[in-house]
Design a protein around this ligand. Structure first.
Ligand SMILES: Cc1ncc(COP(=O)(O)O)c(C=O)c1O
Length: 373
Protein backbone atom coordinates (compact mmCIF):
# COMPACT_ATOMS: atom_id res chain seq x y z
CA UNK A 1 0.00 0.00 0.00
CA UNK A 2 1.09 3.55 -0.74
CA UNK A 3 2.71 4.94 2.44
CA UNK A 4 0.55 8.10 2.41
CA UNK A 5 -2.77 6.30 2.07
CA UNK A 6 -2.85 5.68 5.76
CA UNK A 7 -2.51 9.39 6.57
CA UNK A 8 -5.86 10.43 5.06
CA UNK A 9 -9.56 9.81 5.68
CA UNK A 10 -10.56 8.18 2.42
CA UNK A 11 -14.00 6.88 3.42
CA UNK A 12 -13.41 3.59 1.59
CA UNK A 13 -13.61 5.25 -1.77
CA UNK A 14 -11.23 5.39 -4.68
CA UNK A 15 -11.07 9.15 -4.57
CA UNK A 16 -9.89 10.92 -7.72
CA UNK A 17 -11.58 14.29 -7.25
CA UNK A 18 -8.63 16.28 -5.95
CA UNK A 19 -9.19 19.11 -8.44
CA UNK A 20 -12.37 19.76 -6.43
CA UNK A 21 -11.90 18.89 -2.74
CA UNK A 22 -8.89 17.09 -1.26
CA UNK A 23 -9.43 14.52 1.50
CA UNK A 24 -8.72 15.46 5.14
CA UNK A 25 -5.75 14.15 7.08
CA UNK A 26 -6.61 11.67 9.83
CA UNK A 27 -4.88 14.00 12.27
CA UNK A 28 -6.95 17.03 11.16
CA UNK A 29 -9.69 16.73 13.75
CA UNK A 30 -7.36 16.39 16.75
CA UNK A 31 -5.08 19.15 15.49
CA UNK A 32 -8.11 21.40 15.07
CA UNK A 33 -9.37 20.64 18.56
CA UNK A 34 -5.98 21.36 20.02
CA UNK A 35 -5.22 24.60 18.18
CA UNK A 36 -8.67 26.17 17.94
CA UNK A 37 -11.04 24.60 20.41
CA UNK A 38 -8.91 23.76 23.46
CA UNK A 39 -7.82 27.37 24.17
CA UNK A 40 -11.48 28.41 24.02
CA UNK A 41 -12.72 25.43 26.00
CA UNK A 42 -10.20 25.38 28.81
CA UNK A 43 -9.33 28.97 29.50
CA UNK A 44 -11.49 31.50 31.29
CA UNK A 45 -9.75 34.19 29.23
CA UNK A 46 -10.62 35.15 25.67
CA UNK A 47 -8.63 32.98 23.28
CA UNK A 48 -7.52 35.56 20.71
CA UNK A 49 -3.82 35.10 21.45
CA UNK A 50 -4.00 31.40 20.56
CA UNK A 51 -6.31 32.06 17.65
CA UNK A 52 -3.99 34.61 16.10
CA UNK A 53 -1.16 32.11 16.48
CA UNK A 54 -3.17 29.92 14.10
CA UNK A 55 -3.00 32.65 11.48
CA UNK A 56 0.76 33.02 11.98
CA UNK A 57 1.07 29.27 11.59
CA UNK A 58 -0.96 29.42 8.37
CA UNK A 59 1.34 32.13 7.01
CA UNK A 60 4.35 30.07 8.04
CA UNK A 61 3.06 26.97 6.24
CA UNK A 62 2.56 29.02 3.06
CA UNK A 63 5.97 30.58 3.46
CA UNK A 64 7.59 27.13 3.47
CA UNK A 65 5.48 25.83 0.59
CA UNK A 66 6.08 28.80 -1.70
CA UNK A 67 9.43 30.05 -0.41
CA UNK A 68 8.55 33.62 0.53
CA UNK A 69 8.43 35.49 3.86
CA UNK A 70 5.38 34.70 5.98
CA UNK A 71 4.21 38.31 6.29
CA UNK A 72 3.79 38.52 2.51
CA UNK A 73 0.74 36.21 2.75
CA UNK A 74 -2.64 37.51 3.87
CA UNK A 75 -5.52 35.16 4.76
CA UNK A 76 -8.57 35.57 2.52
CA UNK A 77 -12.02 34.02 2.31
CA UNK A 78 -11.83 32.98 -1.34
CA UNK A 79 -10.16 34.00 -4.58
CA UNK A 80 -13.08 36.04 -5.94
CA UNK A 81 -13.25 38.49 -3.06
CA UNK A 82 -9.48 38.63 -2.91
CA UNK A 83 -9.34 39.62 -6.59
CA UNK A 84 -11.95 42.31 -5.95
CA UNK A 85 -9.82 43.67 -3.13
CA UNK A 86 -6.71 43.73 -5.30
CA UNK A 87 -8.18 45.61 -8.24
CA UNK A 88 -9.98 48.12 -6.05
CA UNK A 89 -6.77 48.85 -4.20
CA UNK A 90 -4.78 50.15 -7.16
CA UNK A 91 -5.21 53.69 -8.46
CA UNK A 92 -3.74 52.63 -11.81
CA UNK A 93 -6.74 50.31 -12.38
CA UNK A 94 -9.37 52.75 -11.28
CA UNK A 95 -9.35 55.07 -14.26
CA UNK A 96 -11.13 55.07 -17.62
CA UNK A 97 -10.64 52.30 -20.17
CA UNK A 98 -8.30 49.93 -18.36
CA UNK A 99 -7.53 46.73 -20.24
CA UNK A 100 -7.39 43.31 -18.59
CA UNK A 101 -6.03 40.21 -20.29
CA UNK A 102 -7.19 36.76 -19.23
CA UNK A 103 -8.18 33.49 -20.82
CA UNK A 104 -11.72 32.57 -21.77
CA UNK A 105 -11.11 29.28 -19.93
CA UNK A 106 -10.26 30.95 -16.63
CA UNK A 107 -12.52 30.08 -13.74
CA UNK A 108 -15.68 32.16 -14.46
CA UNK A 109 -15.84 33.63 -10.97
CA UNK A 110 -12.57 35.43 -11.67
CA UNK A 111 -14.12 37.14 -14.69
CA UNK A 112 -17.24 38.03 -12.69
CA UNK A 113 -15.16 39.65 -9.94
CA UNK A 114 -13.12 41.67 -12.45
CA UNK A 115 -16.20 42.85 -14.35
CA UNK A 116 -17.90 44.09 -11.20
CA UNK A 117 -14.93 45.47 -9.28
CA UNK A 118 -13.42 47.51 -12.09
CA UNK A 119 -14.88 50.75 -13.47
CA UNK A 120 -17.61 50.19 -16.12
CA UNK A 121 -15.33 51.33 -18.92
CA UNK A 122 -12.81 48.53 -18.23
CA UNK A 123 -12.35 46.05 -21.05
CA UNK A 124 -11.55 42.43 -20.51
CA UNK A 125 -9.73 40.93 -23.49
CA UNK A 126 -10.21 37.18 -23.40
CA UNK A 127 -7.72 34.92 -25.07
CA UNK A 128 -10.05 32.81 -27.19
CA UNK A 129 -10.73 29.35 -25.82
CA UNK A 130 -9.73 27.81 -29.16
CA UNK A 131 -6.14 28.98 -28.68
CA UNK A 132 -3.50 26.88 -26.94
CA UNK A 133 -3.08 28.45 -23.53
CA UNK A 134 0.03 26.34 -22.82
CA UNK A 135 1.88 28.11 -25.63
CA UNK A 136 3.81 31.16 -24.41
CA UNK A 137 3.57 32.76 -27.86
CA UNK A 138 -0.21 32.82 -27.63
CA UNK A 139 0.08 34.89 -24.47
CA UNK A 140 2.88 37.08 -25.77
CA UNK A 141 0.88 37.93 -28.90
CA UNK A 142 -1.88 39.32 -26.66
CA UNK A 143 0.28 40.92 -24.01
CA UNK A 144 1.37 44.43 -24.95
CA UNK A 145 1.63 47.90 -23.48
CA UNK A 146 -2.12 48.50 -23.88
CA UNK A 147 -2.77 45.90 -21.19
CA UNK A 148 -2.99 47.16 -17.61
CA UNK A 149 -3.33 43.79 -15.85
CA UNK A 150 -2.77 40.21 -16.93
CA UNK A 151 -4.57 37.45 -15.03
CA UNK A 152 -3.11 33.98 -15.47
CA UNK A 153 -3.94 30.64 -13.88
CA UNK A 154 -1.16 28.17 -13.23
CA UNK A 155 -3.48 25.24 -14.03
CA UNK A 156 -6.85 25.02 -15.78
CA UNK A 157 -9.19 22.44 -14.32
CA UNK A 158 -11.41 21.75 -17.31
CA UNK A 159 -8.58 21.23 -19.78
CA UNK A 160 -5.79 19.86 -17.56
CA UNK A 161 -3.39 22.44 -18.99
CA UNK A 162 -0.56 24.36 -17.39
CA UNK A 163 0.08 27.95 -18.41
CA UNK A 164 3.59 29.27 -19.16
CA UNK A 165 3.63 31.39 -16.02
CA UNK A 166 7.37 32.16 -16.07
CA UNK A 167 7.29 33.61 -19.57
CA UNK A 168 4.06 35.55 -19.12
CA UNK A 169 4.99 37.06 -15.78
CA UNK A 170 8.48 38.03 -17.00
CA UNK A 171 7.01 39.68 -20.08
CA UNK A 172 4.44 41.49 -17.95
CA UNK A 173 7.25 42.81 -15.78
CA UNK A 174 9.17 44.06 -18.78
CA UNK A 175 6.13 45.89 -20.09
CA UNK A 176 5.11 47.28 -16.70
CA UNK A 177 1.84 45.29 -16.74
CA UNK A 178 0.41 44.17 -13.37
CA UNK A 179 0.28 40.38 -13.08
CA UNK A 180 -2.08 38.25 -10.99
CA UNK A 181 -1.45 34.53 -10.69
CA UNK A 182 -4.28 32.14 -9.73
CA UNK A 183 -2.98 28.93 -8.14
CA UNK A 184 -6.31 27.48 -6.97
CA UNK A 185 -5.82 24.40 -9.16
CA UNK A 186 -2.10 23.99 -8.71
CA UNK A 187 -1.21 24.74 -5.08
CA UNK A 188 0.39 21.66 -3.56
CA UNK A 189 0.70 19.66 -6.78
CA UNK A 190 2.61 22.00 -9.09
CA UNK A 191 5.83 23.33 -7.53
CA UNK A 192 6.00 27.09 -7.31
CA UNK A 193 8.92 29.05 -5.93
CA UNK A 194 8.09 32.71 -5.48
CA UNK A 195 11.77 33.59 -5.73
CA UNK A 196 11.71 32.33 -9.35
CA UNK A 197 8.20 33.29 -10.47
CA UNK A 198 7.34 36.60 -8.98
CA UNK A 199 3.94 37.98 -10.02
CA UNK A 200 2.60 41.14 -8.45
CA UNK A 201 -0.13 39.15 -6.74
CA UNK A 202 -0.80 35.47 -6.22
CA UNK A 203 -4.16 34.05 -5.14
CA UNK A 204 -4.80 30.55 -3.89
CA UNK A 205 -6.97 28.36 -1.73
CA UNK A 206 -6.47 25.29 0.45
CA UNK A 207 -9.50 23.23 -0.51
CA UNK A 208 -8.18 21.22 -3.44
CA UNK A 209 -4.73 19.58 -3.57
CA UNK A 210 -3.79 21.03 -0.18
CA UNK A 211 -6.61 19.07 1.47
CA UNK A 212 -7.24 21.89 3.94
CA UNK A 213 -10.97 22.55 3.49
CA UNK A 214 -12.86 25.61 2.19
CA UNK A 215 -12.58 29.19 3.44
CA UNK A 216 -8.80 29.26 3.87
CA UNK A 217 -7.72 31.24 0.83
CA UNK A 218 -4.67 33.48 0.71
CA UNK A 219 -3.23 36.42 -1.12
CA UNK A 220 0.49 36.87 -1.65
CA UNK A 221 1.57 40.42 -2.42
CA UNK A 222 4.90 41.19 -4.02
CA UNK A 223 6.88 43.59 -1.80
CA UNK A 224 7.50 45.71 -4.94
CA UNK A 225 3.83 46.67 -5.14
CA UNK A 226 2.54 46.41 -1.60
CA UNK A 227 3.15 50.07 -0.81
CA UNK A 228 1.04 51.21 -3.78
CA UNK A 229 -1.95 49.14 -2.64
CA UNK A 230 -4.69 50.98 -0.82
CA UNK A 231 -7.39 48.39 -0.15
CA UNK A 232 -10.93 49.75 0.13
CA UNK A 233 -12.35 46.79 2.00
CA UNK A 234 -10.55 47.35 5.29
CA UNK A 235 -11.14 46.87 8.99
CA UNK A 236 -9.17 47.07 12.19
CA UNK A 237 -7.04 44.07 11.24
CA UNK A 238 -5.80 45.96 8.16
CA UNK A 239 -4.50 48.70 10.46
CA UNK A 240 -0.85 48.93 11.33
CA UNK A 241 -1.89 48.90 14.96
CA UNK A 242 -5.32 47.25 15.34
CA UNK A 243 -5.44 48.18 19.02
CA UNK A 244 -4.91 51.90 18.56
CA UNK A 245 -8.70 52.40 18.46
CA UNK A 246 -8.63 55.96 17.20
CA UNK A 247 -11.60 56.32 14.86
CA UNK A 248 -9.99 59.40 13.28
CA UNK A 249 -6.84 57.60 12.24
CA UNK A 250 -6.67 54.70 9.86
CA UNK A 251 -3.19 53.75 8.87
CA UNK A 252 -2.49 50.74 6.63
CA UNK A 253 -0.48 47.79 7.83
CA UNK A 254 2.78 47.95 5.85
CA UNK A 255 2.61 44.32 4.75
CA UNK A 256 0.16 42.20 2.73
CA UNK A 257 -1.92 42.12 5.92
CA UNK A 258 -3.37 45.49 4.86
CA UNK A 259 -5.75 43.26 2.83
CA UNK A 260 -7.07 41.47 5.91
CA UNK A 261 -10.17 43.42 7.08
CA UNK A 262 -12.34 43.20 10.18
CA UNK A 263 -12.39 40.51 12.87
CA UNK A 264 -10.92 37.53 11.03
CA UNK A 265 -12.31 34.05 10.77
CA UNK A 266 -9.99 31.47 12.28
CA UNK A 267 -11.51 28.00 11.99
CA UNK A 268 -10.77 27.36 8.28
CA UNK A 269 -7.15 28.41 8.81
CA UNK A 270 -6.70 26.05 11.75
CA UNK A 271 -7.64 23.11 9.54
CA UNK A 272 -5.72 24.35 6.53
CA UNK A 273 -2.46 25.23 8.25
CA UNK A 274 -2.19 21.69 9.62
CA UNK A 275 -2.62 20.23 6.16
CA UNK A 276 -0.38 22.76 4.37
CA UNK A 277 2.45 21.95 6.78
CA UNK A 278 2.06 18.28 5.84
CA UNK A 279 2.34 19.08 2.13
CA UNK A 280 5.08 21.66 2.61
CA UNK A 281 7.21 19.03 4.31
CA UNK A 282 6.59 16.55 1.48
CA UNK A 283 7.27 19.23 -1.14
CA UNK A 284 5.18 19.86 -4.23
CA UNK A 285 7.83 18.26 -6.51
CA UNK A 286 7.35 14.97 -4.72
CA UNK A 287 3.55 15.19 -4.97
CA UNK A 288 3.79 16.13 -8.63
CA UNK A 289 6.16 13.26 -9.48
CA UNK A 290 3.71 10.77 -7.99
CA UNK A 291 0.70 12.41 -9.61
CA UNK A 292 2.38 12.36 -13.02
CA UNK A 293 3.21 8.66 -12.66
CA UNK A 294 -0.46 7.98 -12.00
CA UNK A 295 -1.45 10.05 -15.04
CA UNK A 296 1.02 8.07 -17.17
CA UNK A 297 -0.81 4.87 -16.27
CA UNK A 298 -4.05 6.35 -17.56
CA UNK A 299 -2.48 7.87 -20.68
CA UNK A 300 -0.83 4.54 -21.55
CA UNK A 301 -4.22 2.88 -21.51
CA UNK A 302 -6.45 5.54 -23.09
CA UNK A 303 -4.19 7.76 -25.19
CA UNK A 304 -6.91 8.28 -27.83
CA UNK A 305 -9.42 9.45 -25.22
CA UNK A 306 -7.14 11.83 -23.33
CA UNK A 307 -7.92 15.38 -24.37
CA UNK A 308 -5.64 17.10 -21.82
CA UNK A 309 -1.97 17.56 -22.77
CA UNK A 310 0.13 14.42 -23.09
CA UNK A 311 3.46 16.20 -22.54
CA UNK A 312 4.38 16.47 -18.87
CA UNK A 313 5.62 20.05 -19.28
CA UNK A 314 2.17 21.31 -20.18
CA UNK A 315 -0.14 19.07 -18.22
CA UNK A 316 -1.56 19.80 -14.77
CA UNK A 317 -2.46 17.31 -12.04
CA UNK A 318 -5.74 16.46 -13.77
CA UNK A 319 -6.21 14.22 -16.77
CA UNK A 320 -9.29 14.84 -18.91
CA UNK A 321 -10.85 11.94 -20.79
CA UNK A 322 -13.62 11.90 -23.33
CA UNK A 323 -15.33 8.56 -23.99
CA UNK A 324 -17.88 10.17 -26.31
CA UNK A 325 -21.24 8.37 -26.34
CA UNK A 326 -20.05 5.98 -23.61
CA UNK A 327 -19.24 8.75 -21.18
CA UNK A 328 -22.50 8.58 -19.27
CA UNK A 329 -22.47 4.78 -18.97
CA UNK A 330 -18.87 4.88 -17.75
CA UNK A 331 -19.56 7.66 -15.24
CA UNK A 332 -22.47 5.64 -13.85
CA UNK A 333 -20.37 2.47 -13.60
CA UNK A 334 -17.58 4.38 -11.83
CA UNK A 335 -20.14 5.70 -9.37
CA UNK A 336 -21.40 2.19 -8.65
CA UNK A 337 -17.82 1.02 -8.11
CA UNK A 338 -17.27 3.86 -5.62
CA UNK A 339 -14.67 5.55 -7.81
CA UNK A 340 -15.05 9.31 -7.49
CA UNK A 341 -14.50 11.44 -10.59
CA UNK A 342 -16.58 14.18 -12.19
CA UNK A 343 -17.24 15.55 -15.66
CA UNK A 344 -17.36 18.95 -17.32
CA UNK A 345 -18.24 19.85 -20.91
CA UNK A 346 -14.91 18.66 -22.36
CA UNK A 347 -14.73 15.38 -20.51
CA UNK A 348 -14.21 13.41 -17.34
CA UNK A 349 -11.76 14.88 -14.81
CA UNK A 350 -9.49 12.44 -13.00
CA UNK A 351 -7.03 13.71 -10.40
CA UNK A 352 -4.78 11.31 -8.50
CA UNK A 353 -3.18 12.52 -5.28
CA UNK A 354 -0.40 11.30 -3.06
CA UNK A 355 -2.83 8.86 -1.39
CA UNK A 356 -3.82 7.20 -4.65
CA UNK A 357 -1.74 4.33 -5.89
CA UNK A 358 -1.38 2.18 -8.97
CA UNK A 359 -4.09 -0.18 -7.65
CA UNK A 360 -6.57 2.70 -7.57
CA UNK A 361 -5.70 3.63 -11.13
CA UNK A 362 -5.93 0.02 -12.26
CA UNK A 363 -9.37 -0.26 -10.69
CA UNK A 364 -10.41 2.89 -12.57
CA UNK A 365 -9.03 1.50 -15.83
CA UNK A 366 -10.76 -1.85 -15.34
CA UNK A 367 -14.17 -0.30 -14.76
CA UNK A 368 -13.79 1.98 -17.77
CA UNK A 369 -12.72 -0.90 -20.00
CA UNK A 370 -15.61 -3.09 -18.89
CA UNK A 371 -17.98 -0.38 -20.05
CA UNK A 372 -16.17 0.86 -23.14
CA UNK A 373 -16.53 -1.40 -26.07
C1 LIG B 1 -8.64 28.19 -11.32
C2 LIG B 1 -9.62 28.49 -10.22
N1 LIG B 1 -9.66 29.71 -9.68
C3 LIG B 1 -10.51 30.00 -8.67
C4 LIG B 1 -11.36 29.05 -8.18
C5 LIG B 1 -12.28 29.35 -7.03
O1 LIG B 1 -12.46 30.69 -6.75
P1 LIG B 1 -13.22 31.10 -5.40
O2 LIG B 1 -12.28 30.79 -4.27
O3 LIG B 1 -13.51 32.52 -5.50
O4 LIG B 1 -14.46 30.27 -5.32
C6 LIG B 1 -11.36 27.77 -8.71
C7 LIG B 1 -12.29 26.75 -8.19
O5 LIG B 1 -12.45 25.67 -8.65
C8 LIG B 1 -10.47 27.49 -9.76
O6 LIG B 1 -10.43 26.27 -10.31
Amino acid sequence: MNQHKNDFLLANSNYLLNHSVGRPLKTAEDAFKESFFAPWQHSGKEPWGSWLDIISNFQLALSVLFNAPAEQFCPQVNLSSSLTKIVMSLASLNKEDVVILMSEIDFPSMGFALQKALPKSAKIRFIDKSLDITNANVWLEHLNKEVDLVFISNAYSNTGQLAPVHEVISQAKELGVISVLDIAQSAGVIPLNLQDVSPDFMLGSSVKWLCGGPGAAYLWVNPNIVEQCQPKDVGWFSHENPFEFDIHNFSYNQSAMKFWGGTPSITPFALASHSIHYFASLGASYVRAHNQKMIDLIVDEFDAEVISPIQRETRSGTVILNFKDKQKVIMDALGVANISVDARHLGMRVSAHIYNDADDIQQFIDVVKQNYS
